[in-house]
Structure formats: C-alpha cells, structure tokens
Design a protein around this ligand. Structure first.
Ligand SMILES: Nc1ncnc2c1ncn2[C@@H]1O[C@H](COP(=O)(O)OP(=O)(O)OP(=O)(O)O)[C@@H](O)[C@H]1O
Length: 764
C-alpha cells in the first residue's frame, strides 16, 4: 500500500532528524562549554580552539543540510536474485542516501544515512535495469521540510514482482520536476538527480588536469561544484589544509553558484574571479577588448621581464661618489660588470639587489684600496685584509653609495612597475598595442591587470630582509612573553599548592612540560582562520585543487597565474569553446595546457542539455552553425512544445516593456539581455528591474548584457537587438532560458535568426 510506504519513510525521517537534533544539541553544548572556559592555559586553549573549529564545522554542515537531508534509498537484491549476483545481500538490506552521512548513537556507530559521496551510494546514480549493480530498487524521496511528500521508485530487478504503488515508469519524473521548477536566482545542488555521465566525472579518480567540455546547460558548472564536494570528502585531510579554489567569470556568477557547496555541507572553499586573486588589489575599472587581448597575451611575460631589466640601469656616463675627501667614479663599464654578475645569479629583481649591492661595494672598495694602498715603487698593495674590511664597512655607511644603488637597481613593487609600464608602454610594445593599453598612472586596476601584477610579483620577488628581521624580533618578543607567562604560572603553582598535600604538589604545570620557545611556536600556530581564508590573503598559496569554470575565457597570462597557485596541477577545467567571448581567450585546450602539463591531461565531454528545451536549442544552435556547418549542439533532455518568438518593432522600449509583461513567469525569474548601450533607456522603462555591474539575480526581472548572462539561467529570457551581439555572445544569450524565449529587434537580424523565421522554428 502506498500509504504504508510513505508512512514508513516518514518514520525513518523522523528517527533521522531526532538523531540530527541530538547531535546538534550536543555539538552546540560542547562548543558553548569550550568557549565558556575563557582564558585557560595555552595548551588547553589550543585544544579548545581545535575542538571549537571542528564542532563548528559539523554544526554548520548540520544546519546547512537541514530540511533536505535524505533524498534517496537503495534496496539491495538478496542473494540468489539476478541483480544480487554473487555478492548478494540478506533480503531487506536498504541504505538511505543523504547530503551528509549520519551514524547512530549505538556502540558500533552504525551508519543510518549514507553520504552521497560514499562508494556504497554509487549505484544510486549508476544502476540501470541493464546493469543493476546489485540493486533491486532505487527510490527518490522528496521532502518538504521534514515531511515526506512523494516517493518515486524504479524497479531494477525486472524479475521482482513486488510493487510499492510509487513506481515511476520512465525513471525521470524527479529529474524533470527539478528541471521544470521555477528558478530562484541561485543555483541548486543536483545531488538527488546526478546523471550517470555526470557521476563519472564527479568521481573521476584522475589526479592531474581534467577537462570537462560540453555545450550550454549540460551541467558543467553543477558537475564542477559536485566534484569539489566529492574531492573534499575523498581527500578531506589534504584539502582541508590546502583548500579548494573555484574560479568563475564574474562576481555575479560566483553569487549565483555560491550556495551549492554550503548546501552540501562544504564551506572550506574559496570562490574567486581571476581579478580577485592578487591580495590587496581590487579590480574596479574595465578594459577595452583590444587592451584585454594585448594584456592577456603569453608574450607579456617576456615584455614584463624586459621592463624589469630596463629598470636595472647604467650610469650615463658616470655617478660620482664623494667619500672621505676622495671622489669615486662609478662608470658604465664597472656597473655593467656588476649588473651581469647579478643577473647571472637568476634571482628575482628585489632579491638580487643584495648581490648587486655587494658587487658595487666590492668594486668601490677595490677602487679606493688601489688608490690609497698602492706602493708607488713596486705597484703592490700595502693594505692588509683588515684594512680592506674597514674600507668596505666605511663605504657601506656612505649614503651616496646607497643613493647610487637605488638609482641603478631600485627596489620595485609590482604595482609601481605595472602602472609605470602601462603609462608609458611604447618602449616595449609596438605602436598599436601600446595605444591599446596606454593609460594614466593613477587609473584603477582592471581584471586583466591582475595577471600582470602577479607576473611582476614573480619577477621582482620580495626582498624580505627587513621582514625577516621583524619576524626574528617578534619571535624573540614572543619567547620573552612566553617566558613571562611560564614564570607567572610557576609562581601561581607555588601559591596554589603550597598548603596542599604532597600529592597535589606533584601536579604538572605548563612550566614542567613546555619551554618558552615551544610555547612561542604554539602561539604562532594559533591562527584561527580557515585554510580558505588564509589562502585568500596569500598570493603564493598552493591550493590542493583548483576548479575553473568558463575556462575557455581565460587568457594565457591568467593561466600562468592559476598554474602558480597549483604546483601539483590538480585541476578540473570546465568550459565550452563555442561560448568563448573574450578576445584574450584561448582557442584549444591543448594550446592552454601544453606549456604546463604537455599532453598529460584528460578530456571528458557532457552531451545532454538539461537546461534549454529542444525548441529553443534548435534556434540557438543555428547561430554557431552559420559559421561552422558541422557544429553539433548538445541534445536537449526536454521539450516544452512552446516555440520561441521574434518581434520587429519601431518602438523598442515600448515593445520590450510589453514583452516583459507577457513573458514574466508567475513564479521564477526573467532576464532581459540587451546591449549595454540600451540599458539606461530600458531600465527607465521597466519598473522594479535590477541592473548594473552586480545585479541582484534573486529579483524577478533582471537586465543584463550578454557577457553578464554567461553561466546563468532564467525561466524566461528576452533578447534585445541580437544583431549587435557577436556570435558567441548571441549563442550564450539564446541558451539561458529553461522555459520561454522572446526576441525583440529594430535593426537587421543575424542571418541564422532570419533563416529560423523562414524555417518556422522561430515564430513571428
Ligand atoms: N543531473 C541534473 N539534475 C538536475 N538538474 C541538472 C542536472 N544536470 C544539470 N542540471 C541543471 O541544468 C542547468 C544547467 O546546468 P549548468 O549551469 O551546470 O550547465 P553548464 O553546462 O555550466 O551551462 P553553460 O555552459 O550554459 O553555463 C542547471 O539548472 C542545473 O542545475
């Protein structure tokens, strides 16, 4: 009886939540207890902090998954049945599958809910009637809050006669319900309905670079995020320390996907655009496409290296240094030798400066020693080594020497170097490239400046002598402080225990087990930030894994930056070359990857479009096909029976207003995708619309330019003036809708759309 099935699932869910509530209560209490301990001795505080961090993570996960904790169940085939194969199970063995794993409170800590990422859960995603993987039945459990609202069963053992009354004959009712549901402006996880081709990528054992390619709506982003969650589960220890970085094309997109991983109980991930990966720099200005293309080119690495070399100058013709009533001449020959020797060491500019200083001081010392110490009779030098050392020390005290070194080999910051180069690029670029990138020194940074800054930081290195000295000083200070703490603890021990019996006096104090130096080290480790937070503040952080979405958009210079953050080359790259919009984007995966991993990377493909109904996809695919007749779009998993439509008008704003009113879904989201130049006019006409650089995607109607719409999706989309979009921008814009698409234009239509009207795939 169906009701019995529902009732028994509800009973299970009730037990599950009772356990979760108990766990949550216990965890909250232990965190509160630990925090209430206040300022306890250092060792105990350390332990307390570890406990608080761990438990807070568990608490965050429990809170995040509340309401949709369990979504599936697998019933294993008993021994002897065809599905059970040789490794069958006792009759009645079932596993419930959920967003996180939960164990019972019994002595064996029996699992009551299996984490979707555990190997036991895998048949839930892969089993078919043809290959049942030991299952007899798969059940999707739909809940509203803590109440079971529906069950969908698939029979995988065709010989099994038992029926539940919840059978789903096609097996895709849950998937279709998810795809047809109203959009919210935030991406959802797909953990309940991951498809087999997606599951294989999510759990791919490959440790190096994995490329996931697929057309619009094939779930690339969803797969990438679930792969991050899977890797965090599978390699928890390593990745908790080194963090996972997810790179997306713009902040609005990162906001759109930002809730998926927390909903899966994972918070230790850093989401960033390339423009956010240079700590301390915020890219607020934008580049022209021509400037972005020049700045993104691979040869900019050599250009910047030349810019740095340019700052290692020679005297023109000499620098005179007054020293002790003598005048010493630094000429270009002498400085040239010092410069070559310094360069030969192959160190970054600021680090190499110490060597340059040494060479210059030696040269001046030789010069002076020769002048004052040469025997006029036989030309031999009368000075002994201690005289020479003294001369060198005195020269090192002379500010004129340091002024000369500052001119010849200045300390440089990446910001200064790049800003100066962009203000006067002519020495290093040809005229048209220089014109494209030239800008005032005070202008704000752009996203394409960030890889240049990162490159400059590598070329310059950090002269950390001052910082090292400061660290040493701080360490001495902490040791002194720790010594003070230990002295106090020793004193208080005497005071506390002096009147007690012998036994108590034997109690060990911190003083007995830890010395001041170790205690100071512990204090240094006392950094409460998560790995992701520390990574965000550290330009040289090496991430455990990097996921790049819309990877086709990144320039060669951006790849250089990302590869530096991934010395192990453990990366998942997701993209679709047909959607490449950026002029600086790279054409083929092989071109991108060869410099870093040669051909040691794997390529996978997703071929089913879960977003765009076939009626819309037919029109959209004609756009790239106009230039590439062999172009194959992904095949849509759904059709709606609703043809997209097109309207020509003389009154653009009026027609857009009317069309928005028609298209706006009762529930869900609508996007108007229009060229940026039209935004002020359209925004003024459309009440309550959200627009701008980072529009609020949760609002009912949002106005975007084609680039901003990348990676996003809406129930309904209105494309305005498609004739002004480039091919890939138009393809992106046309593939954003899950239900309906309208097009409004005044000007000429792109050929593909005009053909679609003639063919009747686009209604007019
Ligand atoms: N297995 C699935 N179950 C439910 N929904 C899915 C599944 N796979 C994909 N989707 C949905 O399909 C839509 C498109 O997915 P996604 O945005 O990941 O595609 P994409 O390949 O990154 O697209 P684009 O390249 O156009 O940005 C999303 O709403 C996603 O949740």
């Amino acid at each position: 009886m169906p009701d019995d099935e529902l009732r028994s699932e509800q009973e299970f869910i009730d037990v599950l939540y009772a356990r979760v509530d108990a766990l949550r209560g216990g965890t909250e209490a232990s965190v509160a207890d630990a925090l209430a301990q206040g300022n306890t001795p250092m060792q105990a505080r350390l332990e307390r902090d570890v406990l608080v961090a761990e438990r807070s993570g568990l608490l965050a996960a429990l809170n995040a998954v509340d309401g949709s904790l369990c979504f599936g169940r697998i019933d294993l085939a008993p021994d002897g049945s065809p599905s059970g194969g040789r490794g069958g199970h006792p009759s009645g063995t079932t596993h419930h599958i959920g967003r996180i794993g939960i164990r019972d409170d019994d002595a064996a800590h029996t699992p009551i809910l299996i984490d979707w990422r555990a190997p036991v859960a895998r048949p839930f995603y892969l089993a078919t009637g043809h290959t049942p993987m030991g299952l007899r039945r798969r059940r999707h459990i739909t809940t509203e809050g803590r109440t079971v609202s529906a069950l969908h069963d698939e029979i995988l053992d065709l010989g099994d006669r038992e029926r539940t009354g919840h059978e789903d004959p096609t097996g895709d009712a849950v998937l279709l319900a998810a795809l047809n549901s109203a959009r919210t402006g935030r991406m959802n996880d797909i953990v309940q309905t991951i498809q087999a081709e997606q599951d294989r990528i999510i759990r791919a054992p490959h440790r190096g670079v994995l490329v996931v390619e697929g057309g619009p709506g094939t779930g690339k982003t969803a797969v990438a995020l679930h792969r991050a969650a899977y890797l965090l589960y599978e390699h928890r220890e390593l990745l908790a320390k080194r963090a996972v970085l997810i790179v997306g094309p713009n902040p609005a997109f990162l906001g759109y996907i930002g809730e998926v991983l927390p909903a899966l109980g994972e918070t230790g991930v850093l989401l960033a655009t390339v423009g956010e990966l240079y700590p301390g720099v915020t890219a607020t200005a934008s580049d022209t496409p021509a400037a972005a293309a020049v700045k993104g080119r691979a040869d900019m690495a050599e250009v910047l290296a030349a810019v740095v070399r340019d700052r290692q100058t020679l005297p023109d013709p000499v620098i005179a240094i007054e020293h002790d009533r003598d005048v010493l001449m630094l000429d270009s020959g002498l400085v040239g030798v010092a410069r070559e020797r310094t360069r030969d060491a192959g160190l970054p500019h600021n680090v190499a400066r110490e060597h340059f200083e040494g060479h210059i001081l030696n040269a001046l010392t030789d010069m002076l020693a020769e002048r004052i110490g040469t025997d006029p009779f036989d030309g031999s030098n009368l000075l002994d080594p201690s005289d020479i050392t003294q001369i060198r020390d005195e020269l090192a005290e002379n500010p004129e020497v340091w002024a000369a070194v500052d001119t010849l080999w200045p300390r440089l910051t990446p910001q200064r170097l790049v800003a100066d180069f962009l203000a006067e690029p002519d020495r290093h670029l040809d005229a048209s490239d220089a014109d494209a990138v030239r800008r005032p020194v005070t202008r704000a940074w752009t996203v394409s400046d960030v890889p240049l800054l990162d490159e400059a930081a590598e070329l310059l290195g950090v002269d950390d002598r001052v910082a090292r000295a400061a660290v040493e000083q701080e360490r001495d200070r902490q040791i002194a402080y720790a010594q003070g703490v230990l002295d106090v603890s020793y004193a208080s021990r005497t005071y506390e225990f002096e009147d007690k019996d012998e036994e108590d006096a034997e109690v060990l104090s911190a003083h007995d087990i830890i010395d001041a130096e170790r205690m100071a080290e512990r204090h240094e480790e006392d950094d409460h930030r998560s790995a992701a937070e520390r990574a965000a503040a550290d330009r040289t952080w090496a991430f455990g894994h990097i996921i790049v979405d819309e990877a086709q958009e990144l320039s060669p210079m951006a790849w250089r930056l990302l590869m530096r953050r991934s010395p192990t080359r453990s990366m998942t790259l997701v993209g679709d070359p047909a959607q490449t919009a950026e002029a600086a984007g790279v054409g083929s995966w092989a071109d991108i990857l060869h410099p870093y991993v040669e051909d040691r990377w794997e390529h996978t493909r997703l071929a089913v479009n879960y977003r765009t109904p076939s009626e819309i996809m037919e029109v959209a695919a004609a756009v790239p096909r106009a230039g590439r007749p062999d172009f194959e779009p992904p095949s849509s998993v759904r059709s709606t029976g609703v043809r997209p439509w097109l309207r020509e008008t003389a009154d653009l704003a009026g027609t857009v207003e009317k069309s928005v009113a028609e298209l706006a879904p009762a529930e869900g989201r609508l996007a108007v995708i229009a060229p940026r130049g039209l935004h002020p006019e359209l925004a003024a006409r459309l009440d309550g619309i959200t627009a701008g650089a980072e529009p609020d995607l949760t609002r009912a109607v949002v106005l975007l330019d084609p680039r901003q719409s990348k990676g996003l999706e809406f129930d309904a989309v209105l494309v305005v003036e498609p004739g002004s979009f480039g091919t890939s921008d138009l393809y992106v814009a046309l593939t954003r809708a899950t239900q309906t698409l309208g097009i409004v234009h005044t000007g000429e239509l792109p050929r593909a759309l005009a053909d679609a009207v003639r063919a009747g795939t686009l209604a007019d």
